[in-house]
Design a protein around this ligand. Sequence first.
Ligand SMILES: [Zn+2]
Length: 61
Amino acid sequence: MAELKALCMKCRTNNKPTMQTMTNPKVTKNDKGRYSAKGTCVVCGGNMFKFMSAVDGEAMM
Ligand SMILES: [Zn+2]
C-alpha cells in the first residue's frame, strides 16, 4: 500500500502542524463523490484526516 502523508494537528513545530506519515488509512467516498482518508499518526497516535484526489482515492479503495 502507498504511504500516505498528512498534516498532524498534534505534531507541531513552531506551533504549526507538520506532515507525518499516516498509518492504517481507511479511504472513504462521501455523498458528493469526494475521497478522503482517515488514519493514525505514526508519531503521536492521534487521528488524521486528509482529502484525496479521485485518482488516489480509487487506487486505495
Ligand atoms: Zn502526530
